[in-house]
Design a protein around this ligand. Structure first.
Ligand code: ZN
Length: 331
């Protein structure tokens, strides 16, 4: 059997490995089914070039697209009680947590960061749908409290990018308690007279929609994001009626007065800068600031060809330099 183990098996393994590698380089668009090269997708902020589908964006890439590479600082989130109910379904909750941590490289379903958005200091919360469906448990509640405290302390706006399937059922009633808790966090920001801006991304549902995700002073959403409380089928079965087309999608909610704007991901940063300026009463007419091109802010691409200096007016040079200097002072 020597020839089998020494010759055939390595050949087979090499074949399988190659196949896996090639799979990771291409991703299928869930909207139109087109295969997209991973680098192209990252440069395009994970928006399909063919059908404009906005795929889920990992927190790291989201923060880079808003605050610039290495120009933001993640806030440390407090440790919470792990698995208080000793919950087990098909898997132990602790095992599920461990799997999601290794899959996403993140500790929890939420990331809190501080940085500057067009020269304005901001606190940003990004929910990660890839981590247990972005579900709201003790950790997410804690993160919202940390973010609200940071915003109040630094006198900055709080921006939340929501993406969640709802409350984390593995934490039972404790996850539901995060609804009033995060609502209190939001009201702290409001009482301090600071703007609270929510960007709903695909999908935002359940207890998250029923708490902090719908309490923004300004409510934005990404195109065709699914936003709702209960799912479409549940509602149809309850009211025994067929729901209209596009129900629970961002555009539908905009038409019905639940949102202020639906913003393309490529325009998200500029729009947020304008809103934060406006709410902070800042007049930029004399500064004539131009914002960076979208392609200049891709984190994971090592290739330098993306950025073409001199093509667009430079990206707030003095301002970013000043921001980098200030960074340590706050801590
Ligand atoms: Zn597509």
């Amino acid at each position: 059997m020597n020839w089998l183990t020494n010759f055939v098996r390595p050949k087979l393994q090499a074949l399988v490995r190659k196949r896996n590698g090639a799979d990771n380089l291409w991703e299928k668009c869930p909207g139109c089914g087109q295969m997209i090269f991973h680098r192209e997708l990252e440069q395009n902020l994970r928006v399909c070039a063919a059908c404009d589908r906005h795929m889920q964006l990992p927190p790291g890439e989201r923060l880079v697209s808003l605050l610039g590479e290495a120009a933001y600082e993640r806030l440390e989130l407090p440790q919470v009680v792990v698995d208080p109910l000793k919950f087990r379904d098909e898997k132990r909750y602790t095992d599920r947590l461990r799997d999601n941590r290794s899959k996403t490289g993140e500790e929890e379903a939420v990331v809190v960061a501080t940085g500057e958005l067009g020269g304005n200091p901001v606190v940003v919360v990004v929910q990660n749908f890839a981590f247990m469906g972005g579900s709201m448990g003790l950790a997410v509640g804690e993160a919202m409290m940390v973010a609200a405290d940071a915003a109040v302390e630094r006198r900055t706006p709080l921006i939340v990018f929501s993406a969640a399937g709802g409350a984390r059922m593995q934490e039972g009633i404790l996850s539901l308690m995060q609804m009033p808790r995060t609502t209190i966090a939001v009201s702290q920001v409001r009482e301090a007279g600071l703007p609270y801006i929510v960007v709903l991304t695909d999908p935002t549902t359940g207890g998250v929609t029923a708490s902090y995700a719908m309490l923004g002073d300004v409510q934005l959403a990404e195109p065709s994001a699914l936003i709702g409380f209960a799912g479409q089928r549940v509602i149809e079965n309850t009211i025994r009626e067929t729901l209209p087309e596009g129900f629970q999608r961002a555009e539908y909610l905009l038409d019905h007065g639940m949102l202020d704007m639906v913003v393309h991901r490529h325009e998200m940063r500029d729009t947020l800068v304008r809103i934060v300026d406006l709410l902070g009463n800042r007049d930029r007419r004399e500064e004539a600031v131009l914002l960076p091109a979208v392609t200049q802010i891709s984190e994971t691409t090592e290739t330098a060809e993306v950025a073409e200096p001199g093509e667009k007016a430079e990206t707030l040079p003095e301002r970013t330099a000043a921001a980098a200097g200030d960074e340590g002072a706050d801590e």
